[in-house]
Design a protein around this ligand. Structure first.
Ligand code: IVH
Length: 704
């Protein structure tokens, strides 16, 4: 955890008592951070507190405590060991935006008296700093950062870190500094090992790495990794650039930040640095290890020598912090979901929280064993993290903040969807009916009019087919033949023949209908159509990254994540459908597209002649910013306006609305509550025309 001194945007504390209390909170969090296995405070909260402490010290210097967290490495809470460092292990100052970077670079240029010759950009690894000593090529000692002056000897555990070789390629004596961390995959494994031994899981890969690095006599070993970001003890006469020094240790066999999937581009200007950081930020959730920022360093040896360091941090480098991937929020309730294959999962419904740019409202709790072990209850303040292209997860609760009278969660005794038996033999509980548990619903959706539109496959037949065990997923329909169908109740030769023909004919339906029929969560008919038009083929859609998905109109980060996860879950059925010859291509022919459009959901805020209604949004619409509210009006076929007049067709009124709402009432203009508007937008996006009509009816006089 690095100290954040960015008082420019932070509010100073009003009283000395509040200031000292904040210092204590930060110190306690730092102590836990450096030593404990639980996450005491999320990074964003920590950084915000430090910024307020710094702002207070700037405003009231006489209040400043000795060894303030703004001055000391490790926020005054680091675990101090007894092995002195050869040179102090410093921290880095932080910036949070391009402006901060430009200011840092300008300061650096002033210090060295010339423009810096160029910069490197590398990932800021979310782990623990260590210093590894090699003598004649052999790894002899590994020390934690501690308070920066002396640290703990962790040689025994650190020797197991992948990337930190026991012997270098050459018999050289030097000191490699870098970060010990746990990859996402190893974190999952570490928690399995740990919970398997009856211990509570780690809340975060960083705390897992910290716990593992100190664990001296564990009966089991969780994997660690290492990336170097600095080397000491090279011949100063060589004047190696940072990139050159890192290439040298890499050649000796040490894993480096630059050699990781993140890379270490060289940039000539700060604008190039900003572009490289954006690129890293875009990729960071796909790297497989925690990256909490970018580190920008002056590359040339001369620039670094001339810049030097303060007692706390070097002037030649700066950390650019990304938004935190773990935040705390309140767990509102625990719901139980049954997936398409009958897997039964506990899901956390959360007080909405922003995590690395996405509003998270629900998160997985993995499985019931885990839920019991993690000891998470409704009402708890919980840690929620987003990593990789995965669904956000609840990793643990703050037990010291648990409200009085909270009750442990009671897992279901029967399947919540079909009331059938639950198979508890594995960690992931399943309805014993498996795919058949939800088969009726998913088949009805697949064959329905807005999807594959298969005539003759109504509810009754679907029921017969599922009960007879003939189909459990849509792809099974294509294996049906007359001989199999005939024995079914009220099924003669002719009707069986017709049904088989209709099913086979549906194979040529456009890709958008197949996609609709698969029923991906958070997508309905119009969204499926948009996805199909954008990607044209199923192959292209399956190859799309979460970022690619967001290029589709109406797909934000949360929907993109859901779509990606749904495609992974549906992959076996998609493959089965493809094998059976179902078309997975959207026609690009304009007449076919126009025909498909003709049957698209009509724009709800357009008049019958197609012209847009004039709509004013006043006050807050849940889940939307002001701009998004106006965009939503346009997406619904309307025209957004800032003022209410006689010509206004509709006024959307949310919390905090003022005179515009009163004026609308005075003029007798139809009013729609903001919640209903949000529902309308959702229903339209989902292609749920019946619900759109119902919602409109409540607010607008129906056109004659
Ligand atoms: S360079 C003199 N490079 O971030 C300190 N640090 O917030 C030079 N860190 O203490 C540090 N990744 O533990 C550097 N690529 C990277 C890093 C990195 C992670 C850590 C390191 C440092 C802390 C400062």
């Amino acid at each position: 955890m690095s100290t954040t001194v960015d008082p420019a945007h932070a509010a100073a504390f009003d009283s000395r008592a509040d200031y000292t209390a904040a210092v204590e909170r930060v110190r306690a969090a730092a102590r836990d951070y450096y030593s404990g296995s639980t996450l005491a405070m999320d990074d964003a909260t920590y950084d915000a507190l430090i910024a307020r402490i710094a702002a207070t010290e700037a405003a009231s210097p006489e209040w400043t405590v000795a060894e303030s967290p703004t001055e000391t490495v490790g926020a005054g809470g680091g675990v101090v060991g007894d092995v002195p460092h050869t040179t102090p292990m410093l921290s880095l100052d932080n910036v949070f935006d391009a402006d901060g970077l430009h200011k840092w670079a300008a300061r650096l240029d002033r210090t060295i008296g010339r423009p810096a010759a160029g910069y490197t950009v590398e990932p800021k690894i979310d782990g623990l700093a260590i210093s590894a000593r090699y003598v004649d090529g052999a790894l002899t000692q590994v020390i934690t950062r501690g308070d920066g002056r002396a640290g703990e000897d962790v040689t025994g555990q650190a020797r197991r870190a992948v990337g930190l070789p026991h012997r270098l390629g050459e018999p050289v004596t030097l000191e490699v500094r870098g970060e010990v961390f746990m990859t996402e995959a190893d974190f999952a494994l570490a928690n399995e090992l740990r919970t398997g031994h009856g211990e509570p899981p780690f809340a975060h890969p960083r705390s897992a790495a910290a716990g593992t690095l100190r664990a001296v006599d564990r009966a089991y070993a969780a994997p660690l990794s290492f990336f170097a970001y600095a080397v000491h003890g090279l011949d100063p006469a060589a004047h190696l650039s940072h990139a050159g020094a890192m290439a040298y240790v890499a050649a000796l066999g040490v894993a480096t930040t630059g050699g990781s999937g993140a890379g270490m581009p060289h940039c000539a200007t700060i604008d190039e640095v900003v572009a490289a950081i954006d690129d890293l930020n875009d990729r960071r959730l796909t790297l497989g290890f925690g990256v909490d920022g970018a580190v920008v360093k002056a590359d040339s040896a001369a620039d670094r020598d001339d810049a030097g360091s303060s007692s706390r941090a070097p002037r030649w480098g700066i950390a650019y912090k990304f938004p935190a991937d773990t935040r705390t929020t309140t767990l509102l309730r625990i719901e139980v979901q049954v997936g398409r294959t009958g897997v039964i999962t506990p899901v956390a419904v959360l007080e909405p929280v922003q995590i690395s740019g996405v509003t998270v409202t629900s998160a997985t709790l993995h499985n019931f064993d885990d839920l019991v072990r993690r000891n998470v209850r409704a009402g708890d303040t919980v840690f929620v993290r987003r990593a990789g292209d995965v669904i956000p997860e609840v990793t643990g609760a703050k037990l010291d903040e648990r409200p009085d009278g909270s009750e442990p969660f009671t897992p279901p005794t029967t399947c919540p969807r079909c009331d059938g038996e639950i198979d508890r033999s594995q960690k992931r509980w399943r309805c014993t009916r498996g795919r058949a548990c939800g088969a009726h619903e998913s088949l009805a959706y697949y064959t329905g009019r807005t999807s594959m539109d298969i005539e003759g496959l109504g509810d009754k037949i679907i029921d017969l087919l599922v009960r007879a065990g003939l189909v459990t997923d849509p792809a099974d329909l294509y294996d049906l033949d007359v001989a199999t169908l005939k024995p079914l109740d009220r099924m003669g030769d002719v009707s069986a023949g017709k049904l088989v023909a209709n099913i086979q004919a549906s194979k040529t339906q456009p890709f958008s209908r197949v996609l609709t029929g698969l029923g991906l969560r958070m997508t309905g008919r119009s969204m499926s159509r948009r996805l199909a038009r954008h990607f044209t083929t199923m192959d292209a859609l399956l190859a799309a990254t979460v970022d690619d998905l967001q290029a589709v109109e109406g797909v934000g980060p949360e929907r993109a994540l859901t779509i990606a996860a749904e495609l992974v879950e549906l992959r076996p059925i998609i493959d089965k459908l493809t094998t059976r010859g179902v078309n997975m291509t959207e026609p690009t022919d304009p007449t076919a597209a126009a025909a498909a459009d003709a049957d698209a959901a009509p724009a709800p805020l357009a008049r019958p002649d197609g012209t847009p209604m004039t709509v004013v949004v006043t006050g807050a619409v849940p889940g939307l910013t002001r701009d998004e509210g106006n965009e939503a009006v346009e997406r619904l076929g309307g025209k957004s306006s800032g003022s209410v007049s006689k010509r206004t067709d509709l006024v959307v009124v949310g919390e905090g609305a003022g005179s515009k709402a009163t004026k609308a009432e005075d003029l007798g203009i139809p009013i729609m509550p903001a919640e209903r508007f949000a529902d309308l937008l959702a229903a339209h996006t989902e292609g749920d025309t019946a619900r759109v009509a119902a919602l409109l009816e409540e607010s607008l006089p129906m056109p004659a």
